[in-house]
Design a protein around this ligand. Structure first.
Ligand SMILES: Nc1ncnc2c1ncn2[C@@H]1O[C@H](COP(=O)(O)OP(=O)(O)OP(=O)(O)O)[C@@H](O)[C@H]1O
Ligand SMILES: [Mg+2]
Length: 489
């Protein structure tokens, strides 16, 4: 059942009298009926209540209905409910032969409408209070009125109980309003939460795309250097192979002249043949070939090994398809990255590696870890170039070291560059913070390094710097990320 909102609702003063005695109904109507009480008990009642002389009729505004049996009373309660005009209270007689007695009537009415406030009217104790409670349950909606009635008592009860019914409805409407508001707030929070989740997912996707883009960009930038690195050995492998090819041709020609002499019926060579052969041997310069041919082959094999190393390093650097952490040899990973980036550092710095050979395998996203090392090395090269000048004759130094520190592995990238000026120090890990000119830096390198090391590997990245001396970036990665996370928690 829905009632009007409390503010707009008139107080409900509808009262139902259920009693088998018609005279009782008349009494109730006299006491409670609108205007009817003016000349009779009401004036006396009010005078008694308030101690004032009452001279005019007062409408109490009660709307009183009657039922002569409990069943009829229940029907009236149900009808009133259907019409949306429920009773606020009822006076119910205890003894109403031949139908339900008061207790049964009340129990049945409360099944249909539990809000009804009830006064049970009894001449003598048909039931004790305890018996009544046992039958209809503990209730704060029930009062007992002893016959014969006291007019003032009836009025007090009627006034108090309709007011109580009204307060109950107000409280309920208030609670409904509050619940409605809580529901609205909850819905607003839930949709804000969903929006936030979507935003986080979008951000993660963008971050992945950004990292991917940076990787593709650096592979593009590295490509020219890698081409150069591969080109040099390829050229001397070609030269050496051609030299060996020509030398073999000469040697085979010599051997070809000797071959007929080995036939069983061959005549020994005459003096003219020997003179010609000697001249041919001299032209072939066998002493020179004996030294240079093995050298050329060794150099070529070395060149092939260099090309193979670069190709392998490229493969290891990009690690296509390794989206899951795998235990890797960090020293080897750093080595591969330095190989791929050779042309980035070779003209500006000497590279020193101080690897801890006993480093255990570290669970890593190899492609992303390599990208971090590359970003740090490229930054180091730029900082050194700012000191030694581009294309200068002097070089700086980049030192990369690894070591185990308890349950952590530490990688240090030290450069002899400019150092990081004080105002920039707090911002270098911010996305898109750069002090470099257009085309040289976009300010993503360290933001990505931070995301990869801290978020993806549960590690830390920080730096030590001194102007004019250089900068050291220190990466720490936990050997057992889960254990470290538990400790932090
Ligand atoms: N080793 C370093 N020495 C001195 N300054 C550095 C060093 N590494 C980083 N910085 C400073 O931090 C800034 C941010 O570095 P970051 O790698 O994030 O971006 P970037 O190098 O400018 O551009 P990107 O890496 O996207 O090409 C740099 O512009 C530079 O001012
Ligand atoms: Mg950078």
């Amino acid at each position: 059942m829905s009632l009007e909102p409390s503010a707009a609702r008139k107080p409900n003063r509808r009262i139902l009298i259920i009693d088998d005695n018609r005279a009782i109904h008349d009494d109730f109507h006299k006491i409670l009926g609108a205007g009817a009480a003016g000349a009779s008990g009401l004036d006396d009642a009010e005078a008694a209540l308030f101690g004032t002389e009452n001279t005019k009729a007062v409408s109490l505004g009660f709307e009183v209905d009657s039922a002569l049996q409990g069943k009829e009373g229940l029907e009236r309660v149900q009808r009133a409910l259907q019409e949306g005009r429920p009773y606020a209270m009822a006076f119910v007689d205890m003894r109403m032969p031949p139908g339900w007695d008061g207790v049964e009537t009340i129990a049945r009415i409360w099944e249909a409408y539990p809000d009804l406030q009830v006064v049970v009217c009894t001449a003598y104790s048909d039931y004790s209070w305890d018996e009544m409670m046992a039958k209809i349950g503990q209730s704060d909606r029930l009062l007992i009125l002893k016959k014969p009635f006291d007019v003032v008592e009836v009025l007090q009860m009627a006034n108090a109980l309709v007011a109580k019914w009204d307060l109950l409805q107000q409280t309920r409407t208030h609670v409904d309003e509050l619940e409605g508001r809580i529901r609205e707030r909850t819905q607003a929070l839930e949709s804000a939460n969903t929006a936030l989740q979507t935003e986080i997912a979008d951000r993660n996707k963008m971050e992945i795309q950004l990292r991917h883009a940076q990787k593709m960009e650096s592979i593009g930038q590295l490509a020219a250097g890698i081409a150069h690195e591969i080109n040099t050995p390829t050229q001397y492998i070609g030269d050496n192979t051609r030299f060996v090819q020509e030398s073999c041709r000469d040697l085979l020609a010599l051997v070809g002249r000797l071959a007929p002499l080995t036939a069983p019926d061959a005549a020994p060579p005459d003096a003219a043949w020997l003179a010609q052969f000697r001249e041919q041997v001299a032209r072939a310069d066998l002493d020179y070939l004996a030294v240079e041919m093995p050298k050329a082959i060794a150099q070529s094999l070395d060149g092939v090994a260099r090309v193979a190393k670069i190709v392998r390093a490229m493969k290891e650097f990009s690690h296509p398809g390794t989206a899951e952490k795998t235990p890797i040899d960090l020293n080897h990973a750093i080595d591969s990255t330095l190989t791929v980036a050779t042309t980035e550092w070779k003209y500006v710095a000497d590279l020193v590696t101080e690897f801890d050979a006993s480093l255990p395998p570290v669970s890593c996203l190899p492609g992303e870890f390599n990208q971090v090392i590359l970003n740090l090395v490229v930054n180091a090269c730029h900082a050194i170039t700012d000191v030694v000048g581009a294309g200068g004759t002097s070089k700086g130094t980049i030192t990369i070291s690894t070591r185990r520190d308890g349950e952590w592995v530490e990688v240090r990238v030290r450069d002899s560059g400019t150092g990081i000026p004080e105002p920039a120090r707090a911002r270098i890990f911010d996305p898109f913070f750069t002090t470099k000119g257009v085309g040289k830096g976009t300010g993503q390198g360290l933001a990505i390094a931070h995301a990869v090391i801290v978020e993806k590997h549960g590690g830390t990245i920080h730096f030590e710097t001194e102007m004019g001396q250089g900068t050291t970036f220190i990466i720490r990665i936990p050997l057992q990320p889960a254990a470290i996370a538990r400790q932090a928690a």
